[in-house]
Design a binder for this molecule. Structure first.
Ligand code: ATP
Length: 654
């Protein structure tokens, strides 16, 4: 409750109304957040900063939000933070007069390039104090640096960093360098940032009304709690439907929280984070979960997720020229699937003027009319594919309708969404099909349907609530209202995990010239770290290993990132930037004295590791930060006694 802490957004701020927000104000906020382990304190500290920005310099709210997230633009635009490998070291070296080697040695010693840079700054003297940095200026510079490309770009980037670095005061250098590296490492998750923004807008409401510095004064503690919870939900829902901070922040400032949902709605063309499923361990678990409720089972197709968006045109009809298909990761896959979009006229009935469909795109053999494996789909060109799919035909299996003719449907039941899907869309065999579904009731019926799905080359079933609020489409959430029953773990094989490759070991013998083994990590969202999970050296075909080696060689880095957590005994021959996500299957998860995954959760001094891991496939549709998280690994570890894992031959271990 920041209202009680007597923070005043005007008199406690370190800048004047209308002045650009000093970068130092944000850096000090980061510093305080870094120094606390309390989520409440984090949320309040950031909320107070946001309150001051909203009252004094609202135009700096958007850059502040982006800088908290290490984001430089809406996710869709793909302008990323985390810049060229050595630029931050070279930039800080150039500005402190140290060699890159010295900078790296210092960073190794203190374990953090940001801290090393800050220490180096303290020993420097300036002839004349430079103009203090502003939040918007730092943000714009980060954007410029990210956009620079071409021959002279490295020296231009270094000189830009040098200019910023020379002007740093206090703790600014530390956070500037971390922003350049693409990781703030202050334990500030996006959900907490949204929470803080909602608290700020509750206490000091922006919008068309008069400014009230403390709108919760005089309210009871219960009322404050209720109001805050309601507002957090409003803000998070608005962002889920419209995942674009430019729109959300500007609507918040202009219309305030009560009107936010009216101005931030699902919009065809803006991809949303999809609803995700929980693994179910048995058919009876599904029956228990949906006891006394209507539910449905759908085949779980093994392809890649496709979110198809068709906006309306000015005449009010469907604008097929602007139709797009997005990945699970909100990446624009339109040029990967031109064949799919070319077939849209067969799908849409005349009644459709705009829509968003949730589907699985699956490799398909049109001659023999059957589904092909994911491995075949992964051989398809990732960009600018030919209209005939370059030899890999696909069929789209539609399983949900999220928006139709100007209306979001996410708050309608699955039963209603499905009825609208059947009413307004056509199927076309081998091109557009509705996911095969059955509203089962009995255990045997579900078991038979799983067997059918497996015979049809599917992974198993998705079991979904059909009626009432539990069947709403939960944007961006992994929900227990969708249970995935994969044949593998029903048969006792354990679920697979998606992990990040951070290092490689040179191959020997038959694998000479290639990498023979890899160091894998999961991402811990709380600490912003990649924590090692296992070494892996099996499961590849020769061709997969050759392709992995070629792809990964482009991402070698001279030293481990400061946010890699590993034990020296696993030091690989080459370190790799965290870019590739691999699906890996393992015999089980065990406590490890040397691996660092979920350290502190399962045991204070030990992490978790995968036993007998095997490579399954590359997951191009997942970013490293969307890979299986440390927390998920921890929960899989806890659930193990309920999943019967099969042990494989220890010789398989790398
Ligand atoms: P997750 O997406 O849950 O992180 P994942 O990407 O490894 O994990 P799975 O665990 O295999 O995917 O299961 C979820 C995925 O299954 C969905 O993202 C979707 O792409 C796919 N899928 C296939 N058929 C369906 C269906 N009928 N309903 C929902 N999703 C389906």
């Amino acid at each position: 409750d920041p209202g009680k802490r007597k923070y005043h957004p005007v008199s406690d701020a370190c800048w004047r109304r209308g002045a650009p927000v000093p970068y130092l104000a944000l850096a000090r906020t980061f510093q305080t957040i870094e120094g606390t382990s309390s989520r409440k304190c984090t949320a309040e500290t950031l909320a107070n900063y946001f309150r001051s920005v909203m009252v004094l310099t609202p135009e700096d709210l958007l850059p502040s939000v982006y800088m908290c997230l290490n984001q430089l633009a809406p996710r869709l635009s793909r302008i990323g933070a985390g810049h060229s490998r050595d630029i931050p070291d070279e930039g800080s070296g150039a500005s402190t007069g140290m060699s890159v080697g010295q900078v790296r040695a210092n960073a190794r010693r203190v374990g953090d390039l940001g801290v090393a840079a800050n220490n180096a700054r303290r020993t420097q003297r300036c002839m004349r104090p430079p103009t203090p940095l502003r939040v918007r200026q730092v943000f714009e510079s980060l954007r410029e640096i990210a956009r620079m490309s071409g021959q002279a770009s490295v020296s231009k980037k270094i000189s830009k960093i040098q200019t910023l670095f020379t002007a740093c005061r206090g703790c600014e250098a530390k956070f500037l360098i971390r922003s350049l590296e693409g990781k703030l490492r202050i334990g500030l998750a996006e959900q907490t940032m949204l929470h803080s923004l909602a608290i700020a807008a509750t206490v000091t409401p922006p919008g068309p009304g008069p400014v009230v510095y403390n709108a919760i004064k005089g309210l009871s503690a219960d009322d404050i709690k209720d109001l805050t919870e309601k507002n957090v939900l409003i803000l998070k829902s608005a962002y889920c439907e419209c995942p674009n901070y430019e729109q959300v922040v500007s609507a918040l400032l202009k219309y305030g929280l009560p009107e936010l949902r009216v101005h931030c709605k699902l919009t065809p063309g803006v991809p949303l984070k999809p609803m995700l499923a929980h693994p179910g361990k048995s058919v009876s678990e599904a029956l228990n979960r949906f006891e006394n409720e209507k539910f449905t089972c759908e085949w779980k197709y093994d392809g890649e997720r496709g979110q198809i968006h068709v906006p309306a045109n000015e005449e009010g009809g469907a604008n097929l020229a602007k139709a797009a298909i997005f990945s699970r990761n909100q990446e624009d896959n339109t040029s990967k699937f031109p064949d799919v979009l070319a077939r849209l006229p067969k799908l849409l009935k005349e009644s459709v003027t705009s829509c968003i469909l949730d589907c699985e795109v699956v490799a398909y053999d049109p001659e023999n009319k059957h589904i092909l494996s994911f491995q075949i789909l992964s051989t398809r060109k990732r960009k600018d594919a030919a209209l005939d799919g370059g030899g890999v035909a696909v069929c789209v299996f539609i399983f949900d309708l999220l928006y139709l003719n100007g209306e979001p449907l996410v708050r309608k039941s699955l039963e209603e969404r499905r009825a609208l899907l059947l009413e307004h869309f056509n199927t076309s065999p081998g091109e557009w099909e509705f996911a095969n579904s059955k509203d089962c009731n009995e255990l045997e019926e579900i078991q038979e349907f799983i067997d059918d799905a497996v015979r049809g080359n599917c992974e198993g079933l998705m079991v979904k609530a059909l009626q009432g609020p539990r069947s709403y489409y939960d944007i961006a959430r992994r929900s227990r209202n969708w249970l995935k029953l994969k044949k593998d773990y029903l048969e006792g094989g354990g679920d697979s995990v998606d992990v990040v490759v951070i290092g490689a070991y040179e191959g020997k013998g038959r694998r000479a010239g290639l990498y023979g083994g890899f160091l894998l990590a999961c991402f811990d969202k709380q600490t912003d770290e990649y924590q090692t999970l296992c070494k892996l050296g099996t499961g590849f075909s020769d061709d997969e290993l050759r392709r992995a080696t070629i792809a990964l060689k482009q991402h070698i880095i001279p030293q481990p990132k400061h946010y890699y957590r590993y034990d020296i005994s696993h030091r690989p021959d080459v370190w790799l930037a965290p870019v590739q996500v691999w699906e890996v299957r393992a015999a089980d998860i065990s406590l490890s004295p040397t691996h660092r995954a979920a350290i502190g959760l399962a045991a204070s001094d030990r992490g978790l590791s995968l036993r007998f891991p095997r490579f399954v496939r590359v997951r191009d549709d997942k970013t490293p930060e969307n890979a299986t998280s440390a927390n998920q690994i921890f929960h899989m570890f806890l659930d193990q006694d309920r999943i019967e894992f099969t042990s494989r031959d220890p010789a398989d271990d790398f």
